[in-house]
Unconditional design. Structure first.
Length: 228
């Protein structure tokens, strides 16, 4: 049981909570522990977000795309982490991403109602959740502003940071090159020159179909910010 407490206390939204408080919550709240084998879907894009889901062991691959599927951003998330918590509430509480297990993976899920009760038990839970929501909202604002401001390199970084989570690895932006030129509103020569500069500095790899991010932290460094 001690190992389970340690896992819970390591989750982003449970950080800073005492062992005794975690013990009290485990006794009262309905925690559902689910196991997935490699390749099993955990979330389908656009399904209702009725539970908050924590990856407590293993790893998952998350993909978000536009309506016609021509633009996709994928990332690998390793335990411990929470999946898209900002979509639990609001006008459209639906997951924007599809998620599947990359290996045998354990997921803890808590219903929205039970999670709300947990939030009210201590200020730390509420602070952690509100802080997560605030950071997500700020990323969206920065991403929108980056469309018309900043260098092309900064705009690419903003887009990928806005569509991925802290801790995301093996990030890939999949889209045909000609669609990316239109997306960023630049000529092919300017776009390729920017990608080649980023590649030479070890930030990305790319081809005509995909941009692969070697390190999400390197994109944050481009933006000269640690806000995430």
């Amino acid at each position: 049981m001690d190992s389970m407490y340690e896992i819970l206390m390591g989750l982003p939204l449970f950080k800073g909570v005492s062992h005794d408080k975690i013990s009290e919550i485990v006794e009262k709240a309905k925690f559902h522990f689910l196991k997935y084998t490699e390749g099993n879907p955990i979330i389908n894009a656009h399904e209702p977000c009725t539970h908050i889901k924590f990856v407590i062991s293993g790893s998952v691959r998350s993909t978000i795309s536009n309506s016609d599927g021509r633009f996709k951003v994928s990332q690998t998330l390793h335990a411990p982490c929470v999946i898209a918590p900002e979509f639990l509430f609001g006008k459209a509480p639906f997951y924007p991403n599809s998620v599947f297990a990359l290996e045998p993976t354990g997921v803890l899920q808590i219903s929205k109602n039970d999670y709300m009760k947990i939030l009210y038990t201590t200020e730390i839970f509420m602070y952690n959740f509100l802080n997560t929501l605030s950071m997500s909202a700020q990323k969206v604002v920065e991403g929108i502003l980056s469309i018309t401001a900043g260098s092309l390199e900064e705009r690419i970084a903003f887009w990928i940071i806005s569509l991925t989570q802290k801790g995301g690895q093996d990030i890939a932006l999949t889209c045909k090159a000609r669609d990316l030129y239109a997306l960023f509103g630049v000529q092919r020569t300017s776009f390729i020159a920017t990608l080649e500069s980023m590649k030479q500095r070890g930030i990305i790899g790319y081809d005509n179909q995909e941009i692969r991010i070697h390190s999400r932290e390197s994109l944050l460094e481009i933006l000269n910010t640690s806000a995430d």
